[in-house]
Write a protein of this length. Structure first.
Length: 693
């Protein structure tokens, strides 16, 4: 018996990007655990990834290429050879590309966050063929845009510093479920006397463990931030020196903020004026006392019409009180831009430039509508071929009925690279088996900490599964693409992942990283203690000329939801309940839904509803209900609970539709409308009605 320990990294769409140790005995992975030496992971994995061997060796793993033999959506397939699969795909794509390569569209997102298996060889292939580009907006682009307008880049407070803060605002997130290792640091801060405040319409697991929960209405976070600014300015809870030296546009911001007294904010947010006042006082007083005041702002709050502005407004707060001076102060949305990723080398956009053809950008968040469009002057070519990898859009994309209708087109050639037969895979013409993280090489950045990580393959690929990179190499070879970049190995690609000439990654060496498993970027503990923001002015921009040039209000403002009682009262007569669908603790987007032990723990699709709303409708706990609006309908069992504030229902997601009793999930009722900036979806900007069945 031979046992080895292999260094790996969690590939999933989570800020934590854990360093893992995989135990392999005689070629079989028997255990996956967190690396105890990695400062962020600290030996702990979430309940999902700790069962990664169950996922890898799942009885339903796709192990062989297959072709469709039934109707689209039926999920009926027959096994074929890799030669037949590659020949079929290359022939179809070649014929379409000869007419118009823009009729070909890749569809991918964060099924793996690795820089090699996500968008390296695949993007080289699509750039070379001249395919349409995908606008990858479905998760974070609204908040990212607001954050960048304000401080210039997605750089913020180091997770490892949160434990030293004395006040922590957890704004629009549930880190117990989706950011476990930040929560560990927050708990350490709490033990050291820090005050924790959760700002969230829903009393999540995290909110229950905070000292205070402010349950504002969905989509009103921007107004609350403006109210905080008002109090900070009115009560002189400001770091005037930091404002003078390191910010731009304070006078204009002051005039705008003074339009938002606590009473107005309270009415918009559905909370009390005293909550607004005390939150601002707590924040400003702690910061001016020299304590670390940290904000963890998450992506939930930006999934509404004004979501980008909401993140922008919140991101202004640390500069007003000088919170950036302290290593445990500031704000963290994402650490993504801390990493000097070498996207030019990984994705080779120059291959697209060589085509000398106009490019087209298709928004992944409107894929339902776009698949159903005909060719036109404004849209361009009808989409004729769709290659899906690292994504499950039939379950995840908004307004699901439209997405499924688009995928059901008989004239659409669809290829899906997958581990399992997902809702999307059921619509494939050709279904290809991809390797899991334990079966291939990769290199990772993170968006919740500052470590580069290596993933070494622990076991041989199961069945005939192949890495994404190898699948696109085979397609490139069959289509006659002879550029050297299509011959590079995964190791050669990984070695180019980070720009080693950049001061933050000057120590990057792929061979050394594979041996150690992880390496921290070279960054100061407090990135903006002395200013140095990455905006055009080099300052935190309360007034943004870039926003003005882009047709946006250059100052913090409030943009109401598309769908709310206040902003759309006529619609609210018909559909009076706001609905949000945050992540279920045992799923990660749509990953892990098919792992039986995790699905058993999660139970079945359910809807949390406040007692007053339930009583008004004659609904009792455990009752089956119909949730509906003009876009669609789904069923769930109700849990009557005051975790949901009055006027709000909460359906934890994202269930595969095939595992729901009615074959539907929360995205039946979501909209394809986009956010104020970043062209992102508005998943939490939804009005519905609920009735007993």
């Amino acid at each position: 018996m031979t046992t080895t320990i292999v260094r790996a990294a969690c590939p999933h769409d989570c800020p934590d990007t854990c360093a893992m140790l995989v135990t392999v005995t005689d070629g079989v992975a028997t255990e996956v655990r967190g690396d105890p030496d990695h400062p962020t992971t600290a030996g702990v994995l979430c309940t999902k990834v700790s069962r990664y061997t169950e996922r890898t060796y799942h009885k339903d793993r796709l192990l062989y290429p297959m072709k469709r033999i039934g109707a689209k959506g039926e999920g009926k397939f027959a096994r074929i050879s890799w030669d037949e699969a590659i020949e079929t795909i290359a022939t179809r794509l070649g014929a379409i590309a000869d007419k118009d390569p823009l009729a070909i569209l890749p569809y991918s997102y964060a099924g793996t966050m690795g820089l090699v298996q996500s968008e390296s060889m695949s993007m080289r292939f699509f750039n070379r063929i001249g395919a349409s580009l995908l606008d990858r907006t479905i998760c974070s682009s609204a908040g990212g845009a607001g954050y960048k307008y304000t401080i210039g880049a997605r750089i913020g407070t180091d997770t490892e510093q949160f434990q030293n803060a004395k006040l922590i605002l957890i704004w629009g997130g549930n880190p117990i479920a989706s950011n476990l290792h930040l929560w560990m640091r927050v708990q350490a801060a709490k033990r050291n006397g820090a005050k924790l405040i959760a700002i969230d319409p829903y009393r999540s697991l995290t909110a229950e463990k905070c000292h205070q929960h402010i349950a504002l209405l969905p989509g009103t976070d921007a107004a609350l931030a403006l109210g905080m600014m008002h109090v900070l300015i009115a009560e002189s809870l400001l770091d005037q020196d930091y404002i003078t030296q390191h910010t731009l546009g304070f006078d204009a911001l002051q005039a705008r903020a003074l339009e938002w007294p606590p009473e107005r904010v309270a009415e918009v947010c559905g909370i009390s004026a005293q909550e607004v006042i005390q939150l601002a006082r707590d924040y400003g007083t702690a910061a001016l006392a020299g304590d670390g005041v940290a904000i963890r702002v998450n992506y939930g709050l930006q999934r509404v019409h004004g979501g980008g502005m909401a993140v922008r407004n919140i991101t202004c707060l640390p500069a007003l009180v000088g919170a950036w001076r302290h290593a445990a102060g500031g704000v963290q949305l994402s650490t993504s831009d801390s990493f000097p990723k070498n996207s030019q080398a990984l994705q080779r956009p120059d291959l697209l430039t060589r085509q000398k053809k106009p490019s087209r950008l298709i928004n992944m968040s409107t894929i339902g509508a776009d698949l159903l469009r005909e060719s036109s002057v404004d849209f361009g070519s009808k989409i004729e071929a769709l290659i899906v990898y690292n994504a499950n859009p039939v379950a995840v994309a908004p307004q699901s009925s439209a997405v499924a209708a688009g995928f059901a087109r008989e004239d659409l050639f669809t290829v899906v690279l997958e581990h399992f037969q997902t809702d999307t895979a059921d619509f494939a013409d050709i279904l290809l088996p991809a390797t899991t993280q334990l079966e291939h090489s990769d290199v990772h950045s993170a968006y919740g900490h500052l470590y580069m990580l290596a993933n070494n393959p622990a076991i041989a690929p199961l069945g005939e599964a192949k890495p994404n990179t190898e699948i696109f190499r085979l397609l490139a070879a069959r289509m006659g693409f002879d550029e050297d970049c299509f011959k590079e190995s995964d190791d050669a690609i990984a070695a180019q992942a980070f720009d080693s000439s950049h001061p933050r990654a000057i120590h990057f060496d792929w061979d050394a990283l594979k041996q150690k498993g992880w390496q921290k970027l070279i960054m100061p503990d407090a990135p903006f203690a002395h200013g140095g923001f990455m905006t055009p002015s080099g300052k935190c921009e309360f007034f943004s000329a870039s926003m003005q040039a882009d047709g946006l209000d250059p100052l913090p403002t409030y943009i109401p939801p598309y769908e709310s009682v206040a902003s759309n009262p006529l619609l609210a007569i018909k559909y009076p309940l706001a609905m949000i669908s945050p992540p279920a603790r045992n799923f990660l987007n749509s990953s892990f839904v098919n792992v039986q032990s995790l699905r058993d723990t999660e139970g079945e699709p359910h809807l949390d509803m406040h007692p007053s709303d339930a009583a008004q409708r004659g609904i009792t706990s455990g009752a089956a209900v119909r949730i509906f609006n003009d876009r669609g309908t789904l069923t769930a069992k109700v849990r009557v609970t005051d975790k949901a504030r009055p006027g709000l229902v909460v359906g934890l997601s994202i269930w595969w539709k095939k595992f729901a009793s009615d074959g539907k999930n929360a995205n039946e009722v979501t909209s394809q409308r986009l956010t104020d900036m970043g062209r992102a979806p508005t998943f939490y900007d939804v009005l519905v009605e609920v009735e007993s069945m």
